[in-house]
Design a binder for this molecule. Structure first.
Ligand code: CMP
Length: 160
């Protein structure tokens, strides 16, 4: 997916956006349509806090975020984009917000838009339902978690 262009929310084909995300590669049309029907699409300006560290996640609010356009920074101990410790910059096609949905703890870090950002979001409830019916998606989420853990370990080895 190009992930470069931001269009008005009412013009957006959520199914097409979901189809462009590596997380949902190979998902059938029916399943993509079902997921699209429960996905929010939002656009936020540069500097917006999309996730705030320490927040609890309710079952029916935005839970998992799928980045469609723009970039975000994951920061620990931060109140804005110039504050705290930068853990990772995420780009279109990547997702965030999975950790609190999996372990039911508060948000582990804050996520800030560093440009105008467009994302799709699904609730914890729908995320869990998806994971139960699609083991391939669960495996991809686990692979991403493992990759994030390895990269944290490398940062620590380097004294970041
Ligand atoms: P969650 O804890 O729900 O909310 C903050 C999100 O930031 C978290 O889920 C992950 O998606 C992301 N995140 C936290 N730590 C890291 C990390 N070390 N590398 C990449 N992403 C992270």
């Amino acid at each position: 997916m190009s992930g470069e262009q931001i269009v008005r929310e009412e013009q957006i084909d959520r199914e097409a956006l979901l189809r462009g995300l590596p997380l949902f590669d190979g998902l059938s049309d029916d399943r993509l349509a079902a997921l699209a029907s429960v996905a929010w699409v939002s656009t936020v300006p540069a500097g917006a806090a999309i996730i705030e560290e320490g927040d609890e996640v309710l079952d029916d609010e935005e839970g998992l975020f799928l980045l469609v356009a723009g970039t975000v920074e994951v920061r620990k101990g931060a109140t804005d984009t110039s504050d705290g410790r930068l853990l990772r910059t995420l780009r279109p096609g990547e997702f965030f917000g999975e950790m609190a949905l999996i372990d039911a703890h508060p948000r582990s870090a804050s996520v800030f838009a560093t440009t105008e950002v467009q994302y799709l979001a699904i609730s914890r409830w729908d995320f869990h339902r998806r994971l139960r019916s699609d083991p391939d998606i669960a495996l991809r989420i686990m692979a991403t978690l493992a990759e994030r853990l390895r990269s944290r370990d490398e940062d620590e080895d380097e004294g970041a």
